[in-house]
Design a protein around this ligand. Sequence first.
Ligand SMILES: [Zn+2]
Length: 288
Amino acid sequence: MATPQHPVACMSVDVEDWFQTENFKCVLDPARWDEFALRVESATDWILERMAETGAKGTFFTLGWVAERCPSLVRRIVEQGHELASHGHAHELVTKQTPEVFREDIRRAKGILEDCGGVRVIGYRAPSFSITDWAVKVLHEEGYKYDSSHFPTLAHDRYGHLSGAGAEDVIFQPIEGFWEVGMSTVSLGRKGIPWAGGAYFRLIPGGMFRNGIRKILKERSPYVFYIHPWEIDVDQPRLPGVPLTKRLRHYTNLRLAPGRFAELCREFKWTTIREVLEPQLGANAWSL
Ligand SMILES: [Zn+2]
């Protein structure tokens, strides 16, 4: 299997605004998104600044919906040497879409992102990691070359799984010619604990989380971390009526996340998923 020779840490950012998360769908119809002031641009700029300070590079899985409204943000991501990739357009779980709706969603996002960024977009991350086998085939047919959503864990109700991956596989081909770069976990018996970001990153003490990254880098490189711009946006509006479990998932320890993220940038040498997959795909795969 195509595991890099040296330990590699991939930074990834899922570029969406605070009101677009799955946790809020139960109280907020996506038809209302345009009622809210955008905070994603300034929050993503904060992330870009921290990464620039330490020379970190990353893959920015950006929503087509956001790119339509913030095209200059997309250009800044590309100009600063990061990889532009797709988080789809409307941020609906893959498992709730038909293949036809999914095809339209990923095609639309790819077109908008490529127009704004002037680069070819070949990477995809599913909303809430909800990837599933049929979607991989559609992604491949629409010109995507890789996905980064597979979580080898049973610890979360929404995280999707792909067939054909061994428990130890981080990089694998779910279908011929299409690659998966899975999200990182720490082994606990036969189940993995997600160790890649999100609420786990905010709940687990910072030093312990960084120790886990070091361990993964030694055993199963590449390590893949993800963060959302809203996770470092401590002053974001609080939405009323969100059920307790979803409120906890979204808001717990938000105030600690900016400092912890800056610490991660300083401690590890971060790169893009593009760099990890170049041996498989060739450097021209990202050229328009
Ligand atoms: Zn998302």
